[in-house]
Design a binder for this molecule. Structure first.
Ligand SMILES: [Zn+2]
Length: 121
């Protein structure tokens, strides 16, 4: 939970505590409309504290989910890039006349296995 969320929750609870005391004090003096109003606001403030905690928890879960999705997407992009590179290497290897030509970028040829005899010197 962030500092802001904790501070908000503490403010809600402090307000609820003070208004709860006010409600008790008003009730003790038989000032029922004020006691009722203070009780209602106390309940609303406690509800606010609970909602602030829920909000902070949900935000934290969303942040973690977004981070996990970002990591998964990066892994998928990496795997796709490796697959693409591998396909390109296989394509070049299969298109080469011989392994020596593939290894040397076409500079040398294996005269025993090369399929392009015009390359042999
Ligand atoms: Zn060759």
């Amino acid at each position: 939970m962030s500092h802001h969320s904790r501070a908000l929750q503490a403010a809600y609870l402090a307000g609820a505590f003070l208004l709860g005391l006010t409600a008790i004090q008003r009730a003790a003096h038989d000032v029922w409309p004020q006691a009722l109003a203070a009780t209602v606001v106390t309940v609303l403030l406690v509800d606010g504290a609970v909602r602030a905690a829920d909000y902070a928890r949900t935000r934290e879960q969303l942040r973690a989910a977004i981070e996990e999705q970002t990591r998964r997407a990066a892994r998928a992009r990496h795997a796709a890039a490796i697959t693409k590179d591998t396909e390109a290497i296989w394509h070049d290897l299969l298109a080469a006349c011989c392994l020596t030509a593939w290894e040397t970028g076409g500079r040398d040829h294996d005269t025993a296995t090369c399929t392009r005899t015009e390359n042999h010197r």
